[in-house]
Each structure stands twice: as structure tokens, then as C-alpha cells.
Design a protein around this ligand. Sequence first.
Ligand SMILES: CC[C@H](C(=O)O)C(=O)SCCNC(=O)CCNC(=O)[C@H](O)C(C)(C)COP(=O)(O)OP(=O)(O)OC[C@H]1O[C@@H](n2cnc3c(N)ncnc32)[C@H](O)[C@@H]1OP(=O)(O)O
Ligand SMILES: [Co+2]
Length: 134
Amino acid sequence: MLGRVNHIALVVPDLEVAAARYAGTLNARVTAPSSLPEHGVRVVFVELENTKIELLEPVGEGSPIQAFLDKNPSGGMHHICYEVADILAARDALVSNGARVLGDGNPKTGAHGKPVLFLHPKDFFGTLIELEQV
Ligand SMILES: CC[C@H](C(=O)O)C(=O)SCCNC(=O)CCNC(=O)[C@H](O)C(C)(C)COP(=O)(O)OP(=O)(O)OC[C@H]1O[C@@H](n2cnc3c(N)ncnc32)[C@H](O)[C@@H]1OP(=O)(O)O
Ligand SMILES: [Co+2]
């Protein structure tokens, strides 16, 4: 079911500060910020040889990452995104194995314009998992 790690996401208190730190101190390649209001986040991607780091800042009321930032005001690791070839087949297999798919269970369009789903962290040892169909 699982393909490559598409990205590892970090929630940060200030996206511009975090992007500048990665671009400056770590001399990394960082994309320009983009807003995803339907997901309640602003995001940049740090592009690495073998995967990406997604830096996330909450946007608007009811952002799904606001509670995480409230609990972790300096920021922290938020989720890992695995690639799958067929997100609906993956979802159905996961649900039939008792895993909880977050939201209404239907894929949404993620930051890369691809269908994504999230799995409850309590079902995967305290780690929030995102699946992205590639
Ligand atoms: C899709 C665009 C972009 C992309 O890559 O394309 C993104 O990745 S956007 C990322 C932001 N969107 C999401 O994270 C959507 C899925 N997340 C959620 O639905 C919520 O964050 C949820 C349900 C995981 C947690 O919501 P909330 O924190 O409001 O609920 P609780 O405070 O009640 O938390 C319940 C329980 O889960 C623990 N928790 C919360 N977040 C995480 C996390 N990131 N990793 C691990 N555990 C997490 C929280 O501590 C609670 O545990 P408890 O022991 O009950 O205190
Ligand atoms: Co993500």
C-alpha cells in the first residue's frame, strides 16, 4: 500500500521566520508561501533530495493545527505523508481493518493538487498520517 514518504510536516509559530531559517541557516531550497484556506493552513515546502519538509502555520478560525500549536507553542512535528497509488482503495482497505479516516472519509485536494486523506493519530502510535495519491 505505502509508497515513498512524500513529506514530513512541521507546525511552526511563524512561517516566514521558519522559512528564512531553513533557507538561511540550513541553506535549503524553500518554496514561496501558499495559503490553503480550505485546510486552515499556510505552507512552504523545503525541497530535499529524497522528500520534502512541509512547514505549516495555522490560518483562520478553526484551523485543524491550532490546538496542536497551542499545546506546542514553539512548534513541532505534525504528520508524515505517505504516497499511495490508489487513495480510495487504500482508504477502503484501512477502514475494513478498523482504522479511522478523519473528516468525512472522502479525499480532499492537498497542497500538491492531489487527493489526500488523514488517519487518526491514535490508530498509529501517536503519529498523524496523511496519504497522498500520486
Ligand atoms: C492537506 C493540505 C496539506 C498537505 O500536505 O497537502 C496538509 O498537510 S494540511 C495539515 C493540516 N490538516 C490536518 O491536520 C487535517 C487532519 N487533522 C485533524 O483532523 C486534527 O488535527 C486531529 C483530529 C488529528 C486533531 O485535532 P485536534 O488537535 O483539534 O483534536 P484534539 O486536540 O482532541 O486531539 C485528539 C488527540 O490527538 C492528538 N493529536 C492531535 N494532533 C496530533 C498530531 N499532529 N500528531 C499526534 N497526535 C495528535 C491530541 O494530542 C489528542 O490526544 P490526547 O491524548 O487525547 O490529548
Ligand atoms: Co501534509
